[in-house]
Design a protein around this ligand. Structure first.
Ligand code: MN
Length: 761
């Protein structure tokens, strides 16, 4: 068994490390609780006695190292230091959480318990396992954020000693670090730790590139530093003249951030120009605000060097949501290189380095305005999604970690943080799910904007809603926040379920009325085959929507000789019983064009295709020149790719197509099921009168429930002319709308605008 005793030399080494920890702790200037730390150390040492790490070191060296990171690099106090010392005892030894609680109290036990629960990797063997571990991580984090801070320290030490792990484990741990822990450290404001984690992951994931970049960074490092000193000298002089106590240091990009820049911008090492940046950390005078003094320094620097007009970042007026504050400015150095200068006070610097811990120190508690609470809340919301897919969950989470943010305001002036690219709809969902679902637009800075309007920092938004509004499918493309996405997903799943259920109920009712309930399966089969549905649920959903009729059921189940043909033709297809001219009695110019013979059905010489929105047996496209819609008389020809291009029979290009593609021509017919809509334009002329537009909108929007895309109206000398682009199912609908509009007294003419008249092929 593993009964190795530590040698005296090792004892000495352990003792030294522990004393270094106590020294780190002493510099934190907190109320001194050394006694409990010493107890925790002895307890952990005893518990791990005789066990070694892969590196050969006694195990206790690891918890001490983690505790040192917690004290020195994160700046946490005795509770976290003890938890760090004890973090592996429950996991690896016989000690229980209850033991810890009895000896060290509830707080420390709670953190150790949290750490034990998330001790496994985030990436389990299965996706579900992965999601579960991840869920645990987030929930423990939201109960006490120190759990995650200690966990990050643990991970940092493991990354620093990763060389002792076998290679496949190295890759797994590095990948996980890159994927979750580095972004998490960033989100918690631990910037140097985030950089180190990324850099170490990079080292193990891409060892060759890492070595290459390190070599190149070293090659010219002296020349680079000399150039930097030439750049820095006048600034130093100026700051000294201003009477500041300050530090001005060069910041060299890490190999990882060089690599990332090369990847993101697709440039070579030589083209990464911002290898070096300058950072000023100064002690502000007490007589003026920190902000004012930062800008004062900015002004002093830009008197020496020319600033880049677009690269100024003011993280003082609006700190980042992880608490980061600083003023960044990019100026041109003597040699023509752009150099970024970061201006921070000592306080801002500490927040940037130690994140939350520094916040506690300065603000006595986590300040809500850092957005951290809001962020954790968002993540919890995400986890409530009843149908989470593990990968989605992780991706959504990452989305929340990485997204650049914008700051917008409610009408009451409350600030909200949203990811870059967020729309009015995202904002509405952020406020309340119901508000999102009923959103029809918003007043952004008092100007009316559509729901997909992309918000910008500083916008003030008043959401406009309507009781009759319902979420639409394409909204999914108009939102970027994970909250809006998951809410919409829920809504559509629920809606589909409800409609399918309703459709099935209607179906059963009809079956009952016909007295055919005992042959239900047969009935389902017959009706879905009749309509061409592959799955009964699809049919039920369309029945529920009112798109598909139950009328044919009777004839399908009670066949009669007179009705046999119905089995072979689809009733949704409206047989064009009248010529085109009478179907659209709208004075179209297209009437002048004679329909070509290819449309005269039946024609045994030509192939015949069916244009359907379901079961598209043939791949077809609607020609952009004449832009046919269901109900139009059409013909098609097969292009080189085998795709059928559908033209109106009246298309101006018909003659040419006919002569060029004679052999590839086909006759075509529509069999649409009202699942697709098509854009069409109506043109109207008449006498301008009060309330006329309202009546037109009433007919189009309310009576027919059509979406309007674009309206253009001119009114002059008491006459008006306008075009209305709207979404319709087919020619029949557009004809009905035209008929209805024609009934308005003041309207003299109303017609469908045919695009074949003004566009060429
Ligand atoms: Mn550990």
């Amino acid at each position: 068994m593993n009964n190795t005793t530590t040698t005296e030399q090792e004892e000495l080494q352990i003792e030294q490390e522990f004393r270094a920890l106590l020294a780190d702790y002493a510099t934190t200037r907190r109320h001194q609780r050394e006694e409990i730390i010493i107890r925790a150390y002895h307890f952990a040492k005893q518990a791990h006695a005789g066990v070694r790490r892969r590196s050969g070191e006694p195990y206790i060296m690891h918890p001490i190292a983690v505790a040192r990171i917690v004290a020195r690099e994160i700046g946490l106090g005795s509770t976290s230091i003890c938890a760090a010392l004890l973090h592996d005892v429950v996991e690896d030894t016989d000690t229980t959480v209850e033991d810890i609680q009895a000896l060290f109290g509830e707080k420390i036990a709670h953190i150790v318990d949290g750490l034990t629960k998330i001790s496994g990797g985030i990436f389990g063997q299965q996706a579900s396992q992965q999601a579960e571990n991840f869920r645990k991580l987030i929930f423990t984090m939201s109960s006490d954020v120190r759990v995650v801070l200690v966990k990050i320290a643990d991970r940092l030490h493991n990354m620093r000693t990763l060389e002792f792990q076998p290679q496949e484990k190295q890759l797994k741990i590095a990948g996980e670090t890159q994927y979750i822990y580095a972004p998490l450290a960033y989100r918690l404001g631990l910037f140097p730790i985030k950089q180190e984690l990324e850099n170490l992951s990079f080292k193990y994931e891409h060892p060759e590139q890492y070595a290459d970049i390190c070599r190149r960074l070293n090659e010219n490092s002296n020349a680079r530093l000399e150039a930097f000193e030439r750049f820095a000298a006048p600034i130093r002089q100026k700051l000294t003249d201003m009477g500041y106590e300050f530090e001005l240091k060069a910041r060299i990009k890490t190999p990882y951030s060089v690599f990332k820049k090369m990847q993101d911008k697709n440039v070579s090492f030589e083209d990464v120009y911002d290898l070096i940046a300058a950072r000023i950390v100064f002690t502000p005078n007490t007589d003026r605000s920190e902000r004012e003094q930062c800008w004062g320094i900015y002004s002093a620097i830009t008197e020496i060097y020319r600033p880049h007009p677009e690269r100024i970042r003011d993280w003082i007026s609006t700190p980042k949501s992880n608490g980061y504050e600083a003023l960044h400015v990019t100026v041109m150095a003597q040699d023509g290189q752009w150099i970024e200068v970061q201006i921070r006070t000592v306080r801002m610097h500490e927040i940037a380095e130690k994140g939350l811990a520094a916040h506690w120190k300065y603000k006595m508690g986590i300040d809500d305005s850092t957005g951290l609470d809001q962020w954790i809340h968002q993540i919890r919301e995400l986890l409530k999604d009843p149908n989470p897919n593990a990968i989605d969950l992780l991706d959504n989470f990452k989305l929340n970690l990485f997204a650049s943010e914008i700051f917008v305001f409610t009408p009451q002036g409350e600030m909200m943080t949203l990811p870059l690219g967020a729309t009015v709809l995202d904002f509405a969902y952020q406020l309340h799910t119901k508000l999102g679902e009923q959103c029809i637009g918003a007043k952004v800075n008092h100007t009316l904007q559509p729901i997909d309007y992309k918000l910008q920092s500083g916008d003030q938004i008043e959401v406009i809603r309507s009781e009759s509004q319902r979420p639409q499918r394409d909204w999914l493309n108009q939102v970027v926040t994970s909250k809006a996405k998951s809410r919409l997903g829920n809504y559509f799943r629920r809606e589909e379920r409800d409609l399918t259920k309703l459709g099935e109920q209607l179906f059963d009712k009809e079956l009952q009325r016909l007295g055919k309930s005992e042959i239900r399966d047969m009935a389902i089969y017959r009706l879905s085959t009749y309509y061409g549905f592959r799955h009964p649920n699809h049919m039920f959903m369309q029945i529920g929507k009112g798109v598909v009729s139950l009328k044919p059921l009777e004839s399908l189940l009670v066949p009669s000789k007179k009705r046999w043909w119905q089995l072979f033709s689809n009733p949704l297809h409206k047989q064009p019983q009248q010529p085109q001219q009478q179907m659209l009695p709208l004075g179209d110019e297209v009437n002048d064009t004679k329909p070509i013979s290819a449309t005269q059905r039946p024609n045994q010489n030509l192939k015949h295709i069916v244009l359907s929105d379901f079961n598209r047996d043939v791949e077809y496209q609607l020609a952009p020149c004449c832009h046919p819609i269901p109900g139009d008389e059409v013909f098609a020809y097969r292009d080189e790719q085998g795709i059928y291009i559908v033209h109106k029979a009246t298309c101006k290009n018909a003659e040419r197509i006919k002569s060029n593609y004679g052999k590839r021509l086909c006759t075509a017919e529509w069999r649409m099921h009202h699942t697709l809509t098509f854009a069409e334009t109506i043109e109207m002329q008449g006498i301008d009168s009060k309330g006329l537009l309202v009546r037109i909108f009433e007919i189009i929007s309310n009576h027919f429930n059509c979406n309007l895309h674009e309206v253009k109206i001119t009114a002059r000398n008491g006459l008006f002319a306008g075009t209305f682009e709207l979404e319709v199912y087919d020619t029949e609908e557009i004809q009905l709308i035209c008929n209805e509009l024609g009934k308005i007294e003041e309207i003299n003419s109303v017609k469908r605008l045919s695009s074949s008249t003004n566009k060429s092929f």
